[in-house]
Design a protein around this ligand. Structure first.
Ligand code: C5P
Length: 446
């Protein structure tokens, strides 16, 4: 190889390979190690997380562009909301281009409210981060004002709130700012910084916004309770329909709400969730893959086609019986009574549990009597790791209602989850599942 070729090859390596090497390092920094079926895999730290980034009027707003990129690097979906003052420092167009989503700025914007209004944005967020948070915005937050879009969203959201102050050191040190910040912290707001150092105005002191990478690291910490990060979770939900003839079927009153809430809660806890659902009229939860089926037979096939989940949660109300024969034509009405011969459907849960390997298997028991006793029998009989039992029929919630109460049982223990909306119940159940799943794994590995 002559000198010219060496120079050309070196230039080629620099030009084409360096970005990949850097990208490789950056992606590895952006990921977190998780154990999946005994193997270590890498998962984006904020995968499945919806971050609402509030940008307010401070010179540090120019760093928000970088912050959007860094958050997206670690898998987050970022929705930017800007105050009016913020737009003097960085344009909505810049942040819109980087985040890939329209930036929202005005509270009284009929078009924006018609698409994703402030209440929807407040509900959408898993975490709200205000970066930079100016002295003025911090004061307005402390007062609970709702006179612009960002403050209204903060007030209307149940999502955790993190604030990264950025202001002149004297403004930061002022007793009024300190009192506002103390009030926010007391209310559970997470304070990110500020850092100490040279400021844009020439002063030196506390009041600099944390660097984007530091903010991303702190955001990640907020989700470290996401104990199912990287786990592959399979959820069954809804009823099944067992055909009698081309127009009739046997089914039950399951709405699928509990199973869908469980799928949503597992996704929020960082799991990679597949939901196999019978016929229901529910929207697919965010970040969940959904497979629709009708009969028990189809549900079993879909479950068996899914390779090696870490956790299976069978919330479906699978029909126990189906017609022995499905009539090819509509059965005609005849004088007198009619008979329908039934056969048992495959028990999906028992089939999974039989060939489980390391899999953690959770079943449901819908009972009209002797709830705990019947649930314990099912726990044993179907070799489950955990069972969630609930009353059905009458006034006691269960099928087709928005609320429920659960008795959660495992081999040597159990816990009662009192009546609550199914979404909340699902999050509590997911916490218990994660705890028992970890306990099982640590026993097996010790
Ligand atoms: O025995 P029982 O039907 O009460 O058990 C309920 C549990 O078993 C639920 O978790 C349900 O999803 C599951 N099941 C199943 N396949 C069936 C019947 C029930 O997976 N054929």
């Amino acid at each position: 190889m002559d000198d010219r070729t060496i120079v050309q090859v070196t230039a080629w390596i620099k030009c084409y390979l360096t970005p990949f090497i850097f990208r490789g390092f950056r992606l590895r920094w952006a990921e977190v190690a998780c154990r999946l079926n005994g193997q270590v895999i890498w998962v984006a730290k904020l995968a499945n997380k919806r971050i609402l980034l509030g940008v307010t009027g401070s010179i540090a707003a120019y760093k928000s562009a970088e912050l959007v990129r860094r958050l997206m690097d670690v898998g987050a979906t970022v929705q930017v909301v800007m105050t009016e003052a913020a737009q003097a420092f960085v344009t909505p167009f810049t942040l819109q281009t980087l985040s890939g989503r329209p930036v929202h700025c005005a509270l009284m914007d009929a078009d924006a409210e018609a698409t994703m209004g402030h209440i929807e944005q407040a509900r959408w967020a898993d975490l709200i981060v205000i970066a930079p948070a100016s002295a003025n915005f911090t004061a307005r937050l402390a007062q609970g004002r709702a006179d612009d879009l960002l403050s209204a969203i903060c007030l209307a959201s149940a999502a955790p709130l993190a604030v990264a102050p950025a202001m002149n050191q004297q403004m930061w040190a002022n007793a009024a700012t300190q009192a506002n910040v103390a009030m926010l912290v007391e209310r559970g707001v997470t304070l990110l910084g500020p850092a100490v150092g040279e400021q844009a105005c020439g002063d030196v002191g506390a009041g600099r916004m944390l660097e984007p990478d530091q903010i991303v690291a702190k955001c990640t910490e907020q989700f470290e309770t996401g104990v199912l990060a990287g786990c592959r979770v399979l959820v069954t939900a809804g009823p099944t329909q067992e055909d009698i003839d081309p127009v009739r079927y046997i089914s039950n009153r399951s709405s699928g709400k509990m199973g869908f809430s469980i799928a949503a809660a597992a996704a929020e806890a960082g799991a990679l969730v597949t939901l196999i659902s019978g016929p229901v009229s529910l929207d697919t939860p965010a970040r969940v893959s959904r497979i629709d089926v009708r009969s028990a037979e189809q549900m079993l096939a879909a479950v068996q086609a899914y390779e090696a989940p870490d956790i299976v949660i069978a919330a479906a109300a699978v029909a126990d019986y189906r017609p022995l024969q499905v009539a090819t034509q509509k059965i005609k009405k005849q004088a007198g009574s009619a008979q329908l011969s039934l056969e048992q459907t495959p028990d999906i849960l028992a089939t999974i549990a039989e060939n489980r390997g390391d899999m953690f298997v959770v079943g449901f028991a819908a009972e009209t009597e002797h709830l705990e006793k019947n649930a314990r029998i099912k726990l044993e009989k179907k070799s489950l790791d955990l069972i969630a039992a609930n009353w059905v029929g009458g006034e006691r919630g269960g099928f087709d209602s928005d609320e429920n109460a659960l008795t959660v049982l495992w081999q040597n223990g159990g816990v009662e989850l009192p009546m609550a909306p199914k979404e909340k119940l699902a999050r509590l159940l997911i916490e218990i599942v994660a705890e028992r799943f970890d306990a099982k794994n640590s026993t097996e590995n010790s």
